[in-house]
Design a protein around this ligand. Structure first.
Ligand code: GLU
Length: 477
């Protein structure tokens, strides 16, 4: 029987969390929750040339913001740490030595120049470009001599030349790859750091990872990894490669065609609930094909079996629709908290909490991202700027009569209630003979700056009696 299931999200810190990585993290998280296993965060930061400051902090912050909690990780520790690969280099060195000893890896002293020449020759001959294995043939004495001379070297895997490797992937099912297409992968670079391939395999083994769930772009690396597992005599984890994320034109999802960073989506006012729900459907479907799921529901519903084979198109319209749904449906106090930074950024004074909450209640039904909320809220916070066209409506004789009527009749209202306002609306029709659009448009324009918008009692309630009267008064010629 399999003991505890352990999965990991193993990002290389590149500065932001890509939506594709969010999906990988989410699927790992959900699978762990579903089977009551462990979800581990491991930072794959052995590529010193790609170091980005604050990248790890950003990544962790974003994971927290969307609510993907891990059981072990760099900031919380665990029994299998350290969880930064850059702090594990000694471990990899030991295993690289073991591979050399087992004759499954070799020192390669080729210079960048040698490699360039090799490439050019191969291209000229119309061959596939790859390392031709020339350092495999070095004699022991030569190797010792070069090492003694401190010649720079890398360590490469001695990948078999022929035959094929067959493995089972949970999504792709049976996969076979010819060994001759697999390069003698560099395992230790000339700076002494391991490459992704060595570090990844060693860590997955030492951290007792049972399932590797990651993007399809890593599928072709599996043979190299299996070669290492077999050489060490380790049981490889189960493999599960997720379908590609695509732009609407079916090209691979890229920054060029729009946002891909999760933090940018959050900044634009997409809710974490939306992002998780949206992203889970990029490559997975539920039994019922139901589309709206909370994280809690997904923790019960998710299954690796229903991951799709084909790529998923990132449809921004669907994302907007879904965000609109969550903005309307989630608890209004929660939306109020999420919306705060946008109001502060807009410079609105939201110290009147009662007013703020009323505005949230009105505005959240009219937007698809939180970034749009302050636009809807603007007329409640700052003086309205009327356009030429607005002025024509305002100066109209009927409008002027209406404003005067309201100014006069509203004074005596103790409180603004729906009933009170509706009564005055009816009275306007009865006494002034103004109804329908002619009644509602000028009033709404006067108070809200637009002929369309929330109900008049709602607008007046939010503005309060004083402000409402003030606005009418100012418009009377
Ligand atoms: N560090 C790799 C990445 O950035 C992880 C791939 C894997 O999960 O094995 O995507």
């Amino acid at each position: 029987m399999e003991s505890e299931i352990r999965v990991r999200f193993a990002p290389s810190p590149t500065g932001y969390l890509h939506v594709g990585s969010l999906r990988t993290a989410l699927y790992n998280y959900l699978y762990a929750r579903k089977v009551k296993g462990k979800f581990i965060l491991r930072i794959e930061d052995t590529d010193q040339t790609r170091y980005v400051e604050d990248a790890v902090e950003n990544l962790i912050k974003t994971l927290h913001e969307v609510g993907l909690k891990y059981d072990e990780g760099p900031d919380i520790g665990g029994n299998y740490g350290p969880y930064f690969q850059s702090q594990r280099t000694k471990i990899y060195k030991k295993y690289a030595d073991e591979l050399i000893e087992k004759d499954a890896a070799y020192f390669c002293f080729c210079t960048p120049e040698d490699l360039d020449n090799m490439r050019e020759e191969q291209i000229a001959k119309g061959e596939d470009t790859r390392y031709d294995g020339r350092c495999r043939k070095l004699l022991k004495e030569d190797i010792q001599k070069k090492l003694a001379e401190n010649k720079p070297y890398v360590i490469r895997a001695k990948i078999p030349d022929e035959g094929e490797v067959v493995f089972f992937d949970i999504v792709r099912e049976k996969v076979s790859i010819m060994w001759e297409t697999v390069d003698d992968q560099i395992l230790i670079k000339s700076d002494g750091f391991p490459t992704y391939h060595l570090a990844n395999v060693v860590d997955d083994h030492l951290m007792k990872i049972t399932h590797v769930i990651r993007g399809e772009e890593w599928l072709s690396s599996v043979p190299k990894h299996l070669f290492l597992y077999n050489t060490f005599g380790w049981k490889p984890p189960k493999m599960c490669h997720l379908p590609l994320l695509l732009n609407p034109d079916k090209s691979k999802l890229s920054k060029r065609q729009g946002d891909v960073a999760v933090e940018d989506f959050l900044k634009k006012g997409y809710l974490p609930e939306t992002l998780l729900n949206f992203v889970v459907l990029l490559g997975w479907h539920s039994k019922s094909d139901e589309e709206l799921y909370s994280l809690e529901e997904l923790e019960k519903e998710f299954s690796l079996k229903r991951i799709n084979k084909s790529g998923s198109v990132f449809d921004i319209e669907k994302l907007n629709w879904m965000n609109g749904h969550y903005l309307r449906e989630l608890e209004s106090g929660y939306i109020a908290i999420k919306a705060r930074p946008f109001f502060i950024e807009a410079g609105f004074d939201i110290s009147d909490n009662e007013k703020y909450l009323k505005i949230i209640e009105v505005a959240r039904n009219r937007i698809s991202t939180l970034a749009e909320i302050t636009e809807v809220a603007t007329p409640f916070y700052v003086a309205i700027k009327y356009s030429e066209e607005d002025r024509q409506i305002i100066d109209d004789e009927n409008s002027q009569r209406l404003f005067s009527f309201w100014l006069e009749n509203m004074q005596s209202l103790d409180v603004i209630t729906e009933d009170n306002i509706n009564r005055l609306l009816k009275q306007s029709t009865d006494e002034l003979g103004i109804k329908g659009k002619d009644l509602y448009f000028p009033l709404r324009l006067a108070l809200f700056g637009s002929v369309h918008g929330p109900e008049l009692p709602t607008i007046m309630d939010i503005l309060g009696k004083e402000k409402t009267l003030e606005r009418f008064e100012k418009l009377i010629n």
